[in-house]
Write a protein that binds this ligand. Structure first.
Ligand code: DHB
Ligand code: MG
Length: 221
C-alpha cells in the first residue's frame, strides 16, 4: 500500500505506465508493513517525479530529511549518476535500522549515507558537505520552515528544494477544525514554508497537486 488520500484510476494508470516498481522497491514497502510502520512513504508516481527532477536538473548531491524505510531514498539514489550521493536523515533509530538493511540489499549503498539522529544534531554535521544540489524535506511538519531556512543556506544557486505533504492534510487552506491532528505550530510552519517558496524573487517554483501536495522550488540566489 502507498500513501493516497484520494482513490484514482488516473494515478494507477500513471503508476503502471511510468513508475513500475521493481522487486527491491516492493520489498521496501513490505518492510514498512511487516514492521508495523505507518505506510506514509511517497507513491511510485512521486518517486518518479523526484527521479525526473534529478535528471532534468543534473542533480548529483541530495539531502533527504525523513528517511522512513528508504523508499524515496532509493528512487533518488538510482536517479543520480555514479559519484553522486544522497545523505538521508532519520530521527528514529529503529526505523533507521530497517532503512539501512534496505540499502544494503538494494546494492546502491555506495551512493547513500544514512544519518540517524535529530535534525538539530545531524544538520550541522552535514554542512561540511554543502552546498548540495537538492534537498527533499519529508520530516516532522512543525520543523518545515526551519528546515527550509537550513536548506536555503546549504543549497547552491540553481539548486532544488522539494517538500512533501505541503497541503498539510488540508490545513494550509482550511481552518484547523476541518482537519485532523494538525497543530497550530505545524499549520503556521507549513504556511510560511509555502509562502516563502512561492516568492518569485527568491525561487522559480511550483506546487504539484499530488494527494498530499508537493512543493518544488529552484533557488535563484
Ligand atoms: C505523515 C507524514 C508524511 O510524511 C506523509 O507523507 C504522510 C503522513 C504524517 O505524519 O501523518
Ligand atoms: Mg511525506
Amino acid at each position: 500500500m502507498h500513501e493516497r488520500t484520494t482513490s484514482s484510476q488516473s494515478i494507477d494508470y500513471i503508476r503502471d505506465l511510468f513508475a513500475p516498481e521493481d522487486a527491491t522497491l516492493k520489498h521496501v514497502i513490505r518492510t514498512i508493513e511487516e514492521n508495523d510502520l505507518r505506510t506514509i512513504q511517497i507513491g511510485p508516481d512521486e518517486g518518479k517525479m523526484l527521479e525526473f527532477i534529478i535528471k532534468l536538473a543534473n542533480v548529483k548531491t541530495v539531502v533527504e530529511l525523513g528517511t522512513l524505510a528508504g523508499y524515496s531514498t532509493l528512487w533518488m539514489a538510482r536517479a543520480i549518476p555514479e559519484g553522486g550521493h544522497v545523505y538521508t536523515v532519520e530521527h528514529s533509530p529503529e526505523v533507521a535500522t530497517i532503512a539501512q538493511e534496505n540499502f544494503d540489499k538494494a546494492g546502491v549503498n555506495n551512493k547513500i549515507t544514512l544519518l540517524h539522529g535529530d535534525a538539530d544534531k545531524m544538520l550541522p554535521e552535514l554542512e561540511g558537505n554543502a552546498p548540495f544540489d537538492m534537498i527533499f524535506i519529508d520530516a516532522d511538519k512543525v520543523g518545515y520552515y526551519d528546515y527550509l531556512l537550513w536548506a536555503e543556506k546549504n543549497i547552491k544557486k540553481g539548486g532544488i528544494i522539494v517538500g512533501d505533504n505541503t497541503f498539510l492534510f488540508g490545513a494550509v487552506y482550511q481552518d484547523l477544525d476541518k482537519v485532523e491532528n494538525v497543530s497550530k505550530q505545524a499549520q503556521d510552519a507549513m504556511r510560511k514554508f509555502n509562502r516563502r517558496l512561492a516568492d518569485p524573487t527568491l525561487y522559480n517554483s511550483i506546487m504539484i497537486p499530488t494527494a498530499e501536495g508537493l512543493t518544488v522550488a529552484q533557488k535563484l540566489f
